[in-house]
Design a protein around this ligand. Structure first.
Ligand SMILES: Cc1cc2nc3c(=O)[nH]c(=O)nc-3n(C[C@H](O)[C@H](O)[C@H](O)COP(=O)(O)OP(=O)(O)OC[C@H]3O[C@@H](n4cnc5c(N)ncnc54)[C@H](O)[C@@H]3O)c2cc1C
Length: 433
């Protein structure tokens, strides 16, 4: 069976579905989303912390675009959630310093927050006594409270974006895993390609690769981004029992121990439905879907061979990185180790009360030839494909504005049959002006 589409979006996570949503609304192109699973959003987009992150932790000199999209994402998600009656709880977040050194980090974060566009009233610095007044169970040296931070359920948003895209004509092909692609005609911009999938093949003019943890492999398959490799980190959670439901009013994040690895510190999380969890840590695993031991070992051999890559070798020989990684392993194997990291600021937690693991999610981070993590997401393209690589936290927060910018750019470059003048009454009309 073979189908023809102008644009094929590979990957039905929140980003692929947001791109498909905008493409279906503002263009006349025929669009299909191909997804390897039975449904959309079964991987990172439903296996995260569910926070609509304010741009507090992102260094404006290194992560300006991440911060920009997080700032814009808040308003857009709020509008979208209100429209569809999805959870969007403006509950705010607290970041705590547990020692003197981390107080400097908090001051730095307040500066970053303002440089990244947050207003004075959005972020407040609190001393030890002030924090005790609003969160009596939190023990710390100082804290910042950010009021412009929210909790949501990204899997519901992901699902709704897909439904909306389908309403506007987008087609889907589920359980159809991208395997490879070949070019039918090789004449520059008019190139026709056939995507070989596990269920059916699709002929297309343009490919958008939004496959999260698999996106680098697919880019490599098309001969792109060869200078990068990736490492995968499983973020694990422990669910807190009911008795801790009213422990704090807000989620509590600790100032990162190492600002260059901010994903390493577990937090106290209150989800949009009120459930509380501790997590995530960041345990190195061999693949983007290594949720359990079996899947992890399956990916071990290819990843070990790939790790002969110079960038990864440099990274694993880095002593600080090795120490951090061994800490993360301990927190994966020993529950007490993980809960104790959060007990530093919530001392009343008792590790033996935590009986059930939450749903783990996997981050896939790009590493360059020099063994450095790439700090922001990366768009790599050729004349007939676009690959979104390294799309990590706060990727769910930024998915709507990132998708709009990608679609606008494709319209401008005539890669899709744009008809932006087709002004349908949809919530993001102004963003296309
Ligand atoms: C532990 C953790 C916590 C996080 N917390 C937050 C948070 O609180 N707030 C926030 O904003 N962000 C958070 N993030 C980041 C955010 O979840 C991701 O940036 C975002 O979900 C990525 O979306 P995506 O669509 O790019 O990827 P995904 O959701 O992974 O979607 C990619 C899709 O592509 C499909 N696919 C892959 N390969 C193929 C193939 N060969 N053929 C067909 N389909 C394929 C997959 O099945 C999947 O459905 C967190 C991430 C992690 C890991």
């Amino acid at each position: 069976m073979q189908d023809n589409y102008d644009v094929t979006v590979i990957g039905g996570g929140i980003l692929g579905c947001a791109i498909a949503y905008f493409l279906s609304i503002v263009t006349e192109s025929s669009i299909i989303v191909i997804e390897q699973e039975k449904n959309v959003g079964l991987h990172t987009s439903s296996r995260n912390t569910g926070k609509v992150h304010a741009p507090l932790y992102y260094n404006p000199d290194k992560k300006s675009s991440t911060a920009f999209y997080a700032l814009k994402g808040f308003d857009m998600l709020k509008r979208y959630c209100n429209l569809h009656k999805l959870p969007f709880k403006e509950d705010g977040v607290i970041e705590v310093a547990i020692n003197e050194r981390q107080i400097d980090t908090l001051h730095k974060h307040v500066q970053w927050a303002h440089k990244n566009g947050l207003k004075n009233e959005d972020v407040k610095f609190l001393n030890k006594d002030e924090i005790l007044q609003i969160e009596p169970n939190v023990k710390c040296q100082a804290a910042i409270v950010c009021f412009r931070d929210a909790s949501t359920d990204y899997s519901l948003i992901n699902q709704k974006l897909m439904e909306d895209a389908i309403r506007f004509g987008c087609k889907t092909s589920f359980q159809n895993k991208f395997r490879s692609v070949y070019c039918n005609t090789n004449t520059g911009a008019n190139r026709k390609m056939t995507i070989i999938g596990t269920v059916k093949d699709i002929t297309t003019d343009y490919i958008i690769n939004a496959t999260g943890g698999n996106s680098l492999d697919i880019a490599h398959n098309l001969g792109l981004a060869r200078e990068y490799t990736d490492l995968h980190f499983r973020g694990e959670y422990w669910m807190a029992p009911q008795k801790y439901s009213n422990l704090t009013k807000r989620s509590i994040y600790s100032a990162p121990r190492y600002t260059e690895y901010p994903f390493l510190d577990p937090h106290w999380i209150i989800r949009s439905d009120g459930r509380c969890e501790v997590g995530p840590n960041a345990v190195p695993v061999f693949g983007p879907y290594s949720y359990n031991l079996y899947d992890n070992l399956k990916n071990a051999v290819p990843k070990i061979f790939e790790s002969a890559n110079l960038g990864i070798l440099k990274l694993v020989l880095n002593r600080q990185f090795l120490r951090l990684v061994s800490d993360e392993f301990l927190s994966s194997v020993f529950k007490t180790n993980m809960i104790n990291r959060v007990r530093k600021f919530l001392p009343c937690l008792n590790p033996s009360d935590f009986k059930q693991r939450g749903r783990a999610g996997i981050r896939s981070l790009l590493v360059d030839k020099n063994g450095n993590f790439v700090s922001e997401s990366l768009l790599v393209e050729d004349e007939s494909s676009l690959h979104i690589l390294n799309y990590n936290s706060p990727g769910a927060t930024g998915a709507l504005p990132v998708a709009i910018d990608i679609v606008k750019e494709l319209v401008q470059k005539n890669m899709v049959y744009g008809n932006v003048s087709r002004k349908i009454n949809f919530p993001f009309k102004d963003e296309f002006e």
